[in-house]
Ligand binder design. Sequence first.
Ligand code: FA5
Length: 341
Amino acid sequence: MDLVKVKNLFLEEKERVKTLKDLENFRQTFLGKKGLVSQLFKELKNIPPEKRKEFGREINLLREEIETFIRQKSEELKKLELEQKLKSERIDLTLPGDTVLPVGSKHPLSAVIEEITEIFKGMGFTVETGPEIEREDYNFDMLNIPKEHPARDMQDTFYVNRKGYLLRTHTSPVQVRTMLSKKPPIQIIAPGRVYRRDDDPTHSPMFFQVEGLVVNEKVNFANMLWVLREFLQKFFETPVPVRFRPSYFPFTEPSTEVDIGCVICEGRGCRVCKGTGWLEVLGAGMVHPNVLEACGIDTEKYRGFAFGLGVDRFAMLKYGIDNIKLFYENDVRFLKQFASL
Ligand code: FA5
Protein backbone atom coordinates (compact mmCIF):
# COMPACT_ATOMS: atom_id res chain seq x y z
CA MET A 1 0.00 0.00 0.00
CA ASP A 2 1.38 3.38 -1.03
CA LEU A 3 1.52 6.11 1.64
CA VAL A 4 1.01 8.91 -0.88
CA LYS A 5 -2.04 7.19 -2.31
CA VAL A 6 -3.55 6.78 1.15
CA LYS A 7 -2.83 10.45 1.94
CA ASN A 8 -4.54 11.53 -1.30
CA LEU A 9 -7.44 9.20 -0.64
CA PHE A 10 -7.77 10.70 2.85
CA LEU A 11 -7.92 14.24 1.36
CA GLU A 12 -10.55 13.15 -1.16
CA GLU A 13 -12.70 11.07 1.19
CA LYS A 14 -12.80 13.60 4.00
CA GLU A 15 -14.68 15.98 1.71
CA ARG A 16 -17.36 13.35 1.13
CA VAL A 17 -18.21 12.92 4.80
CA LYS A 18 -21.62 14.58 5.33
CA THR A 19 -23.27 12.52 8.06
CA LEU A 20 -22.27 10.60 11.18
CA LYS A 21 -22.91 7.40 9.23
CA ASP A 22 -20.47 8.54 6.48
CA LEU A 23 -17.96 9.33 9.22
CA GLU A 24 -18.24 5.84 10.67
CA ASN A 25 -17.68 4.30 7.22
CA PHE A 26 -14.72 6.65 6.77
CA ARG A 27 -13.27 5.54 10.12
CA GLN A 28 -13.62 1.87 9.17
CA THR A 29 -11.93 2.52 5.80
CA PHE A 30 -8.90 4.24 7.32
CA LEU A 31 -8.58 3.15 10.95
CA GLY A 32 -10.55 -0.15 11.00
CA LYS A 33 -8.74 -3.42 11.83
CA LYS A 34 -8.24 -4.12 8.17
CA GLY A 35 -8.27 -0.43 7.25
CA LEU A 36 -5.78 1.43 5.08
CA VAL A 37 -3.58 2.60 8.00
CA SER A 38 -3.22 -0.98 9.29
CA GLN A 39 -2.29 -2.05 5.82
CA LEU A 40 0.39 0.67 5.71
CA PHE A 41 1.85 -0.63 8.98
CA LYS A 42 1.94 -4.10 7.48
CA GLU A 43 4.04 -2.61 4.62
CA LEU A 44 6.75 -1.64 7.16
CA LYS A 45 8.42 -5.02 6.87
CA ASN A 46 8.94 -4.46 3.13
CA ILE A 47 10.61 -1.09 3.67
CA PRO A 48 14.45 -1.05 3.77
CA PRO A 49 15.58 -0.78 7.43
CA GLU A 50 17.20 2.64 7.06
CA LYS A 51 13.88 4.16 5.79
CA ARG A 52 11.63 2.19 8.09
CA LYS A 53 11.77 4.67 11.00
CA GLU A 54 10.90 7.59 8.77
CA PHE A 55 8.09 5.61 7.09
CA GLY A 56 6.68 4.61 10.46
CA ARG A 57 6.75 8.21 11.67
CA GLU A 58 4.85 9.35 8.58
CA ILE A 59 2.17 6.67 9.03
CA ASN A 60 1.76 7.75 12.66
CA LEU A 61 1.44 11.38 11.60
CA LEU A 62 -1.17 10.40 9.01
CA ARG A 63 -3.06 8.34 11.60
CA GLU A 64 -3.05 11.31 14.04
CA GLU A 65 -4.27 13.60 11.29
CA ILE A 66 -7.10 11.16 10.46
CA GLU A 67 -8.02 10.80 14.15
CA THR A 68 -8.08 14.57 14.62
CA PHE A 69 -10.29 14.92 11.58
CA ILE A 70 -12.68 12.24 12.85
CA ARG A 71 -12.91 13.86 16.29
CA GLN A 72 -13.56 17.36 14.93
CA LYS A 73 -15.95 16.17 12.24
CA SER A 74 -17.85 14.07 14.75
CA GLU A 75 -18.43 17.10 17.02
CA GLU A 76 -19.39 19.25 14.09
CA LEU A 77 -21.86 16.69 12.71
CA LYS A 78 -23.39 15.96 16.13
CA LYS A 79 -23.98 19.68 16.64
CA LEU A 80 -25.50 19.98 13.19
CA GLU A 81 -27.80 17.00 13.69
CA LEU A 82 -28.97 18.39 17.04
CA GLU A 83 -29.70 21.75 15.46
CA GLN A 84 -31.69 20.09 12.69
CA LYS A 85 -33.59 17.96 15.18
CA LEU A 86 -34.46 21.02 17.29
CA LYS A 87 -35.51 22.89 14.18
CA SER A 88 -37.79 20.10 12.95
CA GLU A 89 -39.28 19.50 16.42
CA ARG A 90 -39.78 23.16 17.26
CA ILE A 91 -43.07 23.75 19.09
CA ASP A 92 -44.96 26.83 18.04
CA LEU A 93 -46.84 27.81 21.15
CA THR A 94 -48.80 30.45 19.27
CA LEU A 95 -50.56 27.87 17.06
CA PRO A 96 -54.22 27.31 17.96
CA GLY A 97 -55.09 23.89 19.45
CA ASP A 98 -56.28 21.03 17.24
CA THR A 99 -59.63 20.45 18.83
CA VAL A 100 -61.84 23.37 19.74
CA LEU A 101 -63.54 22.60 23.04
CA PRO A 102 -67.31 23.04 22.93
CA VAL A 103 -68.35 26.18 24.75
CA GLY A 104 -71.22 25.87 27.20
CA SER A 105 -74.11 28.29 27.43
CA LYS A 106 -76.41 29.63 30.10
CA HIS A 107 -79.14 27.22 31.21
CA PRO A 108 -82.57 28.57 30.19
CA LEU A 109 -83.74 28.50 33.82
CA SER A 110 -80.73 30.57 34.92
CA ALA A 111 -81.47 33.02 32.12
CA VAL A 112 -85.12 33.29 33.18
CA ILE A 113 -84.19 33.78 36.85
CA GLU A 114 -81.78 36.55 35.84
CA GLU A 115 -84.45 38.18 33.69
CA ILE A 116 -87.08 38.04 36.46
CA THR A 117 -84.55 39.42 38.94
CA GLU A 118 -83.66 42.33 36.65
CA ILE A 119 -87.33 43.29 36.19
CA PHE A 120 -87.95 43.36 39.95
CA LYS A 121 -84.69 45.18 40.63
CA GLY A 122 -85.95 47.81 38.20
CA MET A 123 -88.99 48.20 40.49
CA GLY A 124 -86.82 48.71 43.59
CA PHE A 125 -86.64 45.14 44.94
CA THR A 126 -83.44 43.68 46.39
CA VAL A 127 -82.45 39.99 46.39
CA GLU A 128 -82.46 37.69 49.45
CA THR A 129 -81.65 33.99 49.68
CA GLY A 130 -82.30 31.16 52.12
CA PRO A 131 -81.22 27.52 52.64
CA GLU A 132 -82.76 24.62 50.72
CA ILE A 133 -82.66 22.42 53.82
CA GLU A 134 -85.00 24.55 55.88
CA ARG A 135 -86.39 24.59 59.40
CA GLU A 136 -89.86 23.07 59.48
CA ASP A 137 -91.21 25.99 61.54
CA TYR A 138 -89.97 28.56 58.97
CA ASN A 139 -91.43 26.53 56.10
CA PHE A 140 -94.80 25.90 57.80
CA ASP A 141 -95.55 26.98 61.41
CA MET A 142 -94.48 30.60 61.18
CA LEU A 143 -96.32 30.89 57.87
CA ASN A 144 -99.55 30.17 59.72
CA ILE A 145 -99.51 26.46 58.85
CA PRO A 146 -99.44 24.69 62.23
CA LYS A 147 -98.87 20.92 62.53
CA GLU A 148 -101.90 18.82 61.62
CA HIS A 149 -103.20 21.79 59.57
CA PRO A 150 -104.70 20.39 56.34
CA ALA A 151 -102.78 23.04 54.34
CA ARG A 152 -99.60 20.99 54.88
CA ASP A 153 -101.05 18.46 52.44
CA MET A 154 -101.10 21.13 49.69
CA GLN A 155 -97.34 20.73 49.46
CA ASP A 156 -96.24 17.11 49.68
CA THR A 157 -92.97 17.35 51.53
CA PHE A 158 -89.58 15.62 51.45
CA TYR A 159 -88.36 15.31 55.01
CA VAL A 160 -84.69 14.89 55.91
CA ASN A 161 -83.09 12.71 58.57
CA ARG A 162 -82.80 15.54 61.06
CA LYS A 163 -85.78 16.30 63.25
CA GLY A 164 -87.32 19.70 62.58
CA TYR A 165 -85.78 20.05 59.10
CA LEU A 166 -87.09 19.46 55.56
CA LEU A 167 -86.37 20.30 51.94
CA ARG A 168 -88.19 23.61 51.62
CA THR A 169 -91.42 23.22 49.66
CA HIS A 170 -91.51 26.87 48.64
CA THR A 171 -89.41 30.03 48.87
CA SER A 172 -91.83 31.56 51.41
CA PRO A 173 -89.58 30.73 54.42
CA VAL A 174 -87.23 33.44 53.07
CA GLN A 175 -90.06 35.87 53.96
CA VAL A 176 -89.79 34.70 57.59
CA ARG A 177 -86.00 34.92 57.60
CA THR A 178 -86.10 38.43 56.13
CA MET A 179 -88.74 39.75 58.53
CA LEU A 180 -86.84 38.27 61.49
CA SER A 181 -83.59 39.93 60.46
CA LYS A 182 -84.72 43.25 58.90
CA LYS A 183 -87.01 46.04 59.90
CA PRO A 184 -89.63 47.42 57.45
CA PRO A 185 -89.70 48.90 54.90
CA ILE A 186 -88.94 45.57 53.20
CA GLN A 187 -89.07 45.04 49.46
CA ILE A 188 -87.34 41.81 48.45
CA ILE A 189 -87.43 38.92 46.04
CA ALA A 190 -85.97 35.50 46.84
CA PRO A 191 -85.18 33.18 43.93
CA GLY A 192 -84.23 29.56 44.62
CA ARG A 193 -84.75 25.80 44.38
CA VAL A 194 -87.69 24.12 46.09
CA TYR A 195 -88.78 20.47 46.42
CA ARG A 196 -92.10 18.62 46.39
CA ARG A 197 -93.29 15.08 45.79
CA ASP A 198 -94.79 16.02 42.42
CA ASP A 199 -94.14 14.47 39.01
CA ASP A 200 -95.93 15.11 35.70
CA PRO A 201 -95.30 17.15 32.49
CA THR A 202 -95.82 20.46 34.34
CA HIS A 203 -94.62 19.43 37.82
CA SER A 204 -91.13 18.41 38.82
CA PRO A 205 -89.91 17.14 42.23
CA MET A 206 -87.30 19.91 42.19
CA PHE A 207 -88.13 23.24 40.65
CA PHE A 208 -87.50 26.95 41.04
CA GLN A 209 -89.58 29.70 42.58
CA VAL A 210 -89.15 33.40 43.04
CA GLU A 211 -90.71 34.78 46.20
CA GLY A 212 -91.62 38.43 46.62
CA LEU A 213 -92.34 40.34 49.81
CA VAL A 214 -93.21 43.97 50.43
CA VAL A 215 -93.83 45.24 53.97
CA ASN A 216 -94.48 48.91 54.55
CA GLU A 217 -96.86 51.32 56.24
CA LYS A 218 -99.07 51.89 53.27
CA VAL A 219 -99.28 48.91 50.99
CA ASN A 220 -102.50 47.46 49.70
CA PHE A 221 -103.96 44.82 47.43
CA ALA A 222 -104.14 47.23 44.48
CA ASN A 223 -100.40 47.95 44.76
CA MET A 224 -99.79 44.22 44.54
CA LEU A 225 -101.99 43.76 41.47
CA TRP A 226 -100.13 46.62 39.76
CA VAL A 227 -96.69 45.14 40.54
CA LEU A 228 -97.70 41.68 39.29
CA ARG A 229 -99.39 42.95 36.11
CA GLU A 230 -96.40 45.21 35.37
CA PHE A 231 -94.02 42.30 35.89
CA LEU A 232 -96.02 39.95 33.63
CA GLN A 233 -96.19 42.49 30.78
CA LYS A 234 -92.45 43.14 31.03
CA PHE A 235 -91.54 39.46 31.18
CA PHE A 236 -93.68 38.31 28.26
CA GLU A 237 -92.97 41.54 26.32
CA THR A 238 -96.58 41.55 25.04
CA PRO A 239 -99.87 42.47 26.67
CA VAL A 240 -100.71 38.88 27.77
CA PRO A 241 -104.21 38.31 29.18
CA VAL A 242 -103.94 38.22 33.01
CA ARG A 243 -106.61 36.80 35.33
CA PHE A 244 -106.69 37.11 39.13
CA ARG A 245 -108.67 34.33 40.82
CA PRO A 246 -109.62 34.32 44.48
CA SER A 247 -107.65 31.58 46.20
CA TYR A 248 -106.43 30.37 49.53
CA PHE A 249 -102.98 30.36 51.10
CA PRO A 250 -102.67 30.07 54.88
CA PHE A 251 -100.04 32.83 54.93
CA THR A 252 -101.99 35.43 52.96
CA GLU A 253 -105.46 36.92 53.37
CA PRO A 254 -107.02 37.76 50.96
CA SER A 255 -105.20 35.51 48.50
CA THR A 256 -105.20 35.23 44.76
CA GLU A 257 -103.85 32.93 42.11
CA VAL A 258 -102.76 34.56 38.91
CA ASP A 259 -103.36 32.97 35.51
CA ILE A 260 -102.18 34.13 32.12
CA GLY A 261 -103.67 33.24 28.74
CA CYS A 262 -101.89 30.08 27.55
CA VAL A 263 -99.08 31.30 25.33
CA ILE A 264 -98.60 27.83 23.82
CA CYS A 265 -102.10 27.48 22.28
CA GLU A 266 -103.06 31.18 22.61
CA GLY A 267 -106.07 30.25 24.70
CA ARG A 268 -107.52 27.56 22.41
CA GLY A 269 -106.76 24.76 24.87
CA CYS A 270 -103.84 22.32 24.81
CA ARG A 271 -102.02 19.65 26.86
CA VAL A 272 -100.09 22.26 28.83
CA CYS A 273 -103.14 24.31 29.92
CA LYS A 274 -105.16 21.10 30.27
CA GLY A 275 -107.64 22.42 27.73
CA THR A 276 -108.61 25.51 29.79
CA GLY A 277 -106.75 28.17 27.78
CA TRP A 278 -105.33 29.56 31.06
CA LEU A 279 -102.17 28.80 33.00
CA GLU A 280 -101.67 29.34 36.67
CA VAL A 281 -98.34 31.09 37.08
CA LEU A 282 -98.22 32.45 40.60
CA GLY A 283 -99.85 32.78 43.98
CA ALA A 284 -100.09 36.02 45.93
CA GLY A 285 -101.90 37.91 48.68
CA MET A 286 -101.76 40.28 51.61
CA VAL A 287 -99.45 38.83 54.28
CA HIS A 288 -101.60 37.27 57.02
CA PRO A 289 -101.37 39.23 60.32
CA ASN A 290 -100.44 35.96 62.10
CA VAL A 291 -97.32 35.76 59.94
CA LEU A 292 -96.34 39.39 60.55
CA GLU A 293 -96.85 38.92 64.30
CA ALA A 294 -94.86 35.65 64.38
CA CYS A 295 -91.99 37.63 62.85
CA GLY A 296 -92.30 40.50 65.32
CA ILE A 297 -93.80 43.07 62.95
CA ASP A 298 -96.28 45.57 64.39
CA THR A 299 -99.56 44.83 62.60
CA GLU A 300 -101.08 48.13 63.75
CA LYS A 301 -98.44 49.96 61.75
CA TYR A 302 -97.40 47.69 58.90
CA ARG A 303 -99.02 45.66 56.19
CA GLY A 304 -97.49 43.54 53.52
CA PHE A 305 -98.08 41.68 50.33
CA ALA A 306 -96.30 38.60 49.06
CA PHE A 307 -96.19 36.48 45.96
CA GLY A 308 -94.53 33.31 44.77
CA LEU A 309 -94.02 32.29 41.17
CA GLY A 310 -92.89 29.10 39.49
CA VAL A 311 -89.82 29.89 37.39
CA ASP A 312 -90.04 26.66 35.36
CA ARG A 313 -93.60 27.49 34.38
CA PHE A 314 -92.50 30.95 33.21
CA ALA A 315 -89.63 29.48 31.19
CA MET A 316 -91.96 26.89 29.59
CA LEU A 317 -94.38 29.60 28.56
CA LYS A 318 -91.75 31.99 27.27
CA TYR A 319 -90.02 29.38 25.11
CA GLY A 320 -92.98 27.15 24.20
CA ILE A 321 -91.69 24.07 26.05
CA ASP A 322 -94.37 21.51 26.83
CA ASN A 323 -92.48 19.26 29.27
CA ILE A 324 -90.77 20.52 32.42
CA LYS A 325 -88.46 17.45 32.45
CA LEU A 326 -86.48 18.88 29.51
CA PHE A 327 -84.94 21.45 31.88
CA TYR A 328 -83.43 18.73 34.04
CA GLU A 329 -82.33 16.11 31.51
CA ASN A 330 -79.44 18.30 30.33
CA ASP A 331 -79.67 17.05 26.75
CA VAL A 332 -77.15 19.21 24.89
CA ARG A 333 -79.42 19.31 21.79
CA PHE A 334 -82.08 20.99 23.93
CA LEU A 335 -79.70 23.31 25.79
CA LYS A 336 -77.97 24.42 22.57
CA GLN A 337 -81.18 26.10 21.44
CA PHE A 338 -80.72 28.63 24.22
CA ALA A 339 -77.06 29.42 23.45
CA SER A 340 -77.88 33.03 22.57
CA LEU A 341 -79.48 33.83 25.96
C1 FA5 B 1 -96.69 28.56 46.81
O1 FA5 B 1 -95.71 27.82 46.79
C2 FA5 B 1 -96.75 29.77 47.66
N1 FA5 B 1 -95.64 29.79 48.58
C3 FA5 B 1 -96.74 30.99 46.78
C4 FA5 B 1 -97.13 32.21 47.48
C5 FA5 B 1 -96.15 33.02 48.02
C6 FA5 B 1 -98.48 32.56 47.65
C7 FA5 B 1 -96.48 34.16 48.70
C8 FA5 B 1 -98.82 33.69 48.32
C9 FA5 B 1 -97.82 34.50 48.85
P1 FA5 B 1 -97.99 27.22 44.98
O2 FA5 B 1 -97.97 25.92 45.67
O3 FA5 B 1 -99.22 27.53 44.22
O4 FA5 B 1 -97.73 28.41 45.96
O5 FA5 B 1 -96.73 27.32 44.01
C10 FA5 B 1 -96.39 28.51 43.32
C11 FA5 B 1 -96.03 28.20 41.86
O6 FA5 B 1 -95.01 27.22 41.80
C12 FA5 B 1 -97.19 27.60 41.08
O7 FA5 B 1 -98.00 28.62 40.56
C13 FA5 B 1 -96.47 26.86 39.99
O8 FA5 B 1 -96.13 27.75 38.92
C14 FA5 B 1 -95.18 26.44 40.62
N2 FA5 B 1 -95.16 25.04 41.00
C15 FA5 B 1 -95.81 24.42 42.02
N3 FA5 B 1 -95.51 23.12 42.07
C16 FA5 B 1 -94.63 22.89 41.06
C17 FA5 B 1 -93.91 21.74 40.59
N4 FA5 B 1 -93.97 20.56 41.20
N5 FA5 B 1 -93.11 21.88 39.51
C18 FA5 B 1 -92.98 23.08 38.91
N6 FA5 B 1 -93.61 24.19 39.30
C19 FA5 B 1 -94.42 24.11 40.37
